[in-house]
Design a protein. Sequence first.
Length: 371
Amino acid sequence: MLEESDQSSHRGGWSLGHHADRPVLLIADPAVQTQICRNPLRRIAIADTLDSTCNGCRDRLYVVDMRQSFPSITDSRDRSIGDNQTTVTDLQTYLATVLDSEVVAMAPLGGGDVADAYRVMLADSTQVFAKTKTDAPVGFFVTEAAGLRWLREPGAVSVPKVIAVSDRPPALVLEWIESGYPNQGTEAAFGHSLARLHQAGAPSFGREDRRSTGSRGLPNEPCATWAEFYASQRLLPLARLAADANALPEQTIRQLESVAARIDDRCGPAELPARLHGDLWAGNRLIGDGGVSWIIDPAVFGGHREFDLSMMRLFGGYGLDCFAAYEEITPLADGWATRIPLHQLAPLVVHSIKFGGPYVSATQEALAALL
């Protein structure tokens, strides 16, 4: 007889259960079954396949015998995650220790270009999100965890709870957010939430802890004004990085430096520092149950709220209702649309350095709008 654990469901593709008195992993989705079988941590063997309603579920269930399919972690003691010196065993041992439960499955997740991410299933049916990074510098995930907590602090927007964070092994563990679908109110609700998050404010333009953020390690020294911060902590450091990497033509570098030198006339009316996500493209928003928006992967700092909003417009993925709802709470200052190219310059240069191609011409177009 196939029995499913009380707290589990097939939503998301898997759940814990029992079959013939064996602990089993029930996988309703063949795609998820394939993904788990490719998991570098565990050699999963399919014990048998059943056609069963399983308490009302009509999906075919791939039943994985966890006693046979999840051998001792010492079997993978020499394997590493990517080129990382941290082994998979190190990560699993850390997770089991901090979560106080045996790890029974880890499914790799796609979508990230910086860290290796996993959906982790524990023996008590709990699921968490965990990630690590190849050769992560000290403080890498500690900085991200601090950012998530800072965004979560005002209670304005949904942010995953930080469960654990570590430098050795480099790891970040968050609550698992079950994916959902947007509804008619999703965009407006997020616009309202983001406006309230920005209203929560920051002590200065920059970060009080002075930690660098982002894949380029950009500085975040506290500054008195947005113009000072954006020029000295974003545009000029990025101009140097782009020059060192030969990512932009020399003339474009000079134009970038020229914009930084005359930035006081371009930033619009003075505003207090807002509490920014710092990298709010649509890929860093998750839609969860009930159409609720969650924000992840922050690069937080105190800054001008138009920076987040311009980043949202750069790659798309946010509806008009979102921006309209934002202005219902905190209207933007006159001329905000003319400042979009200015605030998109930093992410465009970052992408030019990382990827080149069309981002170089996009950077040049933004500069042309400002000169």
